[in-house]
Design a protein around this ligand. Sequence first.
Ligand code: CS2
Length: 507
Amino acid sequence: MDYYLLITAPAREWTMANLQRSTAPSKAMLLPDGAPANGIVHLGLGNFHRAHLAIYTAKAVAAAGGEWGIAAFSFRNKTISDEMKSQDLLYSVVDIAPDIQTITIPGIHTTVYAGPDEAPMVIAEIAKDSTKIVTLTVTEAGYKISQKTNGLDLDLAEVKSDLAGTTTLTAIGLIARALILRAQSHRLPITILSCDNLSSNGDRTKQLITEFAHALASDQSQILLEYLTSSVTFPNSMVDRIVPGTEARHIEMAEARLGVHDSTPVPAEPFTMWIVEDHFAAGRPAWEKAGAIFSDEVELFEILKLRLLNGSHSLIAYLGGLAQTPTIPESRFQPYIEAAVRKLLSDELLPTLTVPTGLDVNNYIAQLFSRWSNTVLGDRTSRVGSDGSTKLPQRFAGPAQFHIANGHMPHISALTVAAYLACIAPLNGFDPGPVAAEMKDPSKEKLVAIASASASATEFVATVFESNLIFSPEISALPGFKDQVVAYLQSIIDNGVEATTLKAIAG
Ligand code: CS2
């Protein structure tokens, strides 16, 4: 096998030097002129991509061949790409179960780019006729969705300057520019595949690129709109694997098992899942050989995962942030947090779902609790708590709307929003502590400004809901929901997180 290795510990006879030789791109991944065959261009070179799509693609190519090298681009983070370059584009994925660790080296990347200066090279890469698929893991925040309009946020400075053609700062802008080049040259079909936690992520990406196209100057607008209709597909997909950020202890774990130093390994849970719609305009790797499931029920899986896994994850993270528990397992093992999660699942999330055919939901939930309990993986509370303003609407808007329309107050959902606000934008005089302080959020600055200008929890939550920084106007206006968030926020400040959670569980 030339470009994919599965190494199970202990494999100390390997050295980085012989790894590099054995994992150099094979001839199958080179074009006749010797250039790498990047069938896939990926946007978002973070740990999730490196432990998910990269592994599926490496395994598929190892099993079934094909010219499917990945050229990957990071919009901001130069560190990962520099480290990968210094290791001949290799890195290890450490599957961390509580009792065993396994190392996989997916030598599937052929080129890496990083930073706004290199965006034009990525556009050129996508425009090549050999590129068949563009994949994205840019996180919820990377799509630049406005809750106010439920579409592309045309008021954002980055979106405006991408539209003007002076920059390429957004994923949507970058893809749009590249598609225009394709439309003006060979016009070959291409697939855009979102691998982010958005509901109907393919349809959503299509909608945002189409809105970008409408907002362009008229000649380019026309070219792009026609090409989108005739030659571009956007399959929906559900992705799942818990992948924390890399810490020093993960580097040590990788080195202990590999016998060589890898400066950029990826820690990941052993569980992995990928459900994809089979709508590829120009072919795809044999991902089914690597365990991907092609299905027409992607949307059901996606909503189920976004609510049961990700919605509960947010609750665990914000209660854990206030409880000062730095990891997800430590948070989830607090008895009152576990009780809140169970109540959220049974009373507020499960009733809103249609379970996909053949899925045993009790088993799925049992598996979630065991995945959240992986103390050796040690996923951080602050990682899951980051970017809540772009995650909460995906996870809680539907359920909140459903219950209030049926005359019930979703108490634990309201508690989640209150705990989020208490962590990200504490009111004057309240200190949520260091775990919450590590949580980042694109709306943090605005929320903090609103908090410091507010005289009470009532005024704060009212201004946040009016600003549509988190929820759409419909969700912000749901009768009683805002007041319940105010009540729990005030109670967190007055009585602490545990007492407030117990109150919310009692309803
Ligand atoms: C997490 C996800 O960041 C988050 O909010 O819920 O990254 C989660 O770990 C993945 O979606 C698991 O597939």
